[in-house]
Design a protein around this ligand. Sequence first.
Ligand code: E4P
Length: 229
Amino acid sequence: MKCLLHHTCMEFFLDTADVDEIREIASWGILDGVTTNPSLIKKSGRDFKQVVAEIASICEGPISAEVTAMDTDGMVQQALELKNELPENVIIKIPCIPEGLAATKILTEKGIKTNVTLIFSAAQALMAAKAGATYVSPFIGRIDDTGHDGMTLIAEIMETWNNYPDITTKVLAASIRHPTHVLQCIQLGAHTATMPTKIFRQLIKHPLTDKGIDGFMKDWAEVEAAGKA
Ligand code: E4P
């Protein structure tokens, strides 16, 4: 189930291969897609294609499945196999290397959607867009981890996109570590953010909401006790 505004505001993706978590967040009605990668598949302990197929049955939005070949032919072959064996909403995640650009172009020409991943510069993002990528995934947290500011990369990419308004590739902010990353990406106009389940929970939670509910419930119990409900 996708959110009703997925064409007009930021798409929210889950970055996990844990189907129980995906089911829980999908039940909120605002989940627009899911990203996986080889490390998340390893963490799930499940068979790659089986788990991606199950995810694709829970969430109708794009589900990224990553190729592991490092040569263009191998990437294209794996992508075609995945597209053949997995549900329609699965898209192909490809690393941002020259071979990946070539594979992205071939797949785009075949009408296959891609997510070019492991992007750490605006130049890489633009090159992936030129190859026809449906999404580009800049990794914020991994840049922060090096002592630099990952959000600067999102700002640079969005500025680039503003300079070339005909680009249709969506900017998918990835490697998100905390809710502020998401808020800053929203302010910069990134099209999509993929985040761990913990961040979804943090984004919806507010102590004043909980306190407000508490107060309303206590007062309502008194209304009921007085037989006035
Ligand atoms: C993106 O699609 C990746 O799966 C992910 O965001 C990587 O995040 P990490 O740096 O937390 O591993």
